[in-house]
Design a protein around this ligand. Structure first.
Ligand code: PLP
Length: 379
């Protein structure tokens, strides 16, 4: 009783201190008005900071951090898997999963030619893991044609690496947050099983996929052998991803995490923030999707601009700027406090997260429309 009262008193003291700090931070100069460059740009909320300050911690390399253990078991349960492991990043989570599935150098994995793992993770599976990536074309909806998969699995022959793994990305980042359906995931898993290879899901934004399909995260990965989910994207945790699979897989993954320098010590301070992210922000991802759809719909009627509305399924919007330079629009918007990014000379990406409010979205639409009109008038 007395210790509960002490914790309550501590909580009140920490909350008021953090409130003061937050007010000070918000007043800083140079902050963007609306940062829509990525869903990774969120700042920890007041509740996250309070829970971080109060987290019970221990040395997680010794397996002593109770807050990490709670987070891992909560995420394992959400994903319907036996065990889970907290890792510093999605990149490390994906790499560890590939290394566990492809223990021997000279293995091969099949993955999309526009997957995050192939394009944006420095080829770590090859350079660090000695695993050969065999790419298959990603369709505009993020899928890989299922009919192509059996033909890409190598027969056992001295000339070839050994096919061990298929990797799918859900939602698909480079294809604009597209969702792979439950039926697709199930069919892909069946092909893997038939051919004796494993299935890994890069689910950095699996939460968004589940919300978009109105199913549980566990249903999304029911047939997968391993999954990596990020807590630091739409969920807004400051750091961290979790990989989930069976207990034997996670045992091996824990060893590899240490070898890669990802063994963290009193990391309950981060797990505490991640738990708040899951609790507070998972249920409200639908709001981000509604914001994305609103902005896409509003901007799709601007002359010269093209947006495929059927592709706006989650929290990312890709704007095809047609004859206008994406860079000119991005720079014009930035001068007016709306931060978005060009992904190529004629495409802009806009990302939504919980720190972009409905008023922010309305402002962004107004500013982007005005900037496009400006750019058009100078042509
Ligand atoms: C689909 C996908 N996978 C993996 C990652 C890597 O995550 P991290 O930045 O935490 O390494 C990202 C990051 O944006 C991503 O979009």
């Amino acid at each position: 009783m007395a210790s509960e009262r002490m914790i309550d008193a501590q909580r009140t003291a920490v909350e008021s201190m953090i409130q003061g700090l937050m007010i000070y931070k918000e007043g800083e100069e140079g902050e963007p008005i609306v940062d829509m460059r990525s869903d990774t740009v969120t700042k920890p909320t007041e509740r996250m900071r309070v829970e971080m300050a109060l987290a019970t911690v221990g040395d997680d390399v010794f397996g002593d951090d109770p807050t990490v253990q709670v987070l891992e078991s909560e995420v394992a349960e959400l994903l319907g898997k036996e065990a889970a492991l907290f890792v510093p990043s999605g990149t490390m989570g994906n790499l560890i999963c590939v290394l566990v599935h492809c223990e021997a150098r000279g293995s091969e994995c099949l993955l999309g030619d526009e997957s995050h793992m192939h394009i944006y993770e420095q080829g770590g599976i090859a350079t660090i893991g000695g695993v050969h990536p065999r790419t298959l074309p990603n369709n505009p909806d993020g899928t890989i044609d299922l009919e192509r998969i059996p033909g890409a699995i190598r027969p056992l022959d001295d000339h070839f690496p050994v096919s061990r793994l298929l990797i799918l990305e859900n939602t698909h980042n480079k294809k604009g947050g597209r969702v792979l359906s439950l039926e697709y995931m199930k069919a892909a898993a069946a092909i893997c099983q038939q051919h004796g290879i494993k299935l890994h899901i890069d689910g950095a934004r699996l939460w968004n996929a589940a919300i978009a399909l109105q199913v549980t995260p566990a249903a999304m990965v029911e047939h997968a052998d391993s999954v990596n989910v990020c807590l630091s994207k739409g969920l807004g945790a400051p750091v961290g991803s979790v990989i989930a699979s069976d207990a034997e897989f996670i045992f091996k993954a824990r060893r590899l995490r240490k070898a890669l320098g990802g063994g963290m010590r009193q990391v309950g301070v981060l797990a505490a923030a991640a738990r708040v992210a899951l609790k507070d922000n998972l249920p409200r991802l639908a709001q981000d999707h509604a914001h994305a759809r609103y902005l896409a719909t509003q901007l799709s009627s601007v002359p010269g601009i093209k947006i495929d509305l059927s592709a706006v399924e989650t929290n990312l919007v890709f704007i095809n700027t047609g004859e206008f330079s994406a860079n000119d629009i991005v720079l014009g918007a930035r001068e007016r406090g709306i931060w978005i990014i060009p992904v190529n000379p004629y495409t802009i990406r806009v990302a939504f997260h919980f720190q972009v409010t409905t008023a922010d979205v309305e402002l962004a639409v107004k500013v982007i429309k005005e900037v496009i009109a400006d750019v058009a008038s100078k042509k």
